[in-house]
Design a protein around this ligand. Sequence first.
Ligand SMILES: C[S@@+](CC[C@H](N)C(=O)[O-])C[C@H]1O[C@@H](n2cnc3c(N)ncnc32)[C@H](O)[C@@H]1O
Length: 228
Amino acid sequence: MTRGSQAYGEASYWDERYKHEYGSFDWYQKYSGLLSLLQKYVPKDSHILMVGCGNAALSEDMVKDGYQRITNIDISSVVIEAMRKKYKDCTQLSCLTMDVRDMSSFADQEFDFVIDKGVLDSLMCGSNAHQNAAKMLSEVCRVLRPGGGYMLVTYGDPHMRMPHLKTHGLNIWTVALYVLPKPGSRRASEDCSGEVIDPIPLNDDGSSSTIVGDPDVHYVYICIKAKE
Ligand SMILES: C[S@@+](CC[C@H](N)C(=O)[O-])C[C@H]1O[C@@H](n2cnc3c(N)ncnc32)[C@H](O)[C@@H]1O
């Protein structure tokens, strides 16, 4: 995802794109790349909300590995229609057309875990980025149960993303940050372990002294909602 790709925030852009995109495509990381973090943080019986699912194989791969209940939403009715057809016989997956900025069809605290791979990034590319990020994050927070988690997979380093998580998450998150090599990058070929690396230390203000923007990595923020 490149910065300045304004259209990524628009439903019409995604509808048009999905009209011509068949099969599945995972942005950033596939299931295999996220596996160790999912194993660490997301129990198999969690009720998971996959926001901006697109036509990624992630939900399907999670179900194949034993996850039991994943609700997928996307703003594009075109992709949701295709996903519904594809998974009509898969009782563990449901697919709904919905804007992540307004999830009023869901009750407060309905989900144990929310996964976002590239959706906050899409909104950050569009117009009114800060407002949209605020709306999204407050909705994510509302639908999560206390103690539940939000996994944000993004190209945004702590300097770019922590201010949003801190402001709009109203300081109710405990955040652990991980760095994964981009598939196909030089770092990925050096790191064949597949093991979860330790979280990157964050300062009290959410900044990191150890990270400088690295084009060869994706950042994964695991945000745990405070217990009441
Ligand atoms: C970069 S793609 C990522 C797709 C998928 N998560 C993946 O990892 O491959 C961003 C997705 O977010 C969806 N999206 C963009 N704005 C959205 C919004 N406001 N509400 C819900 N989904 C949105 C797009 O339709 C698109 O499918």
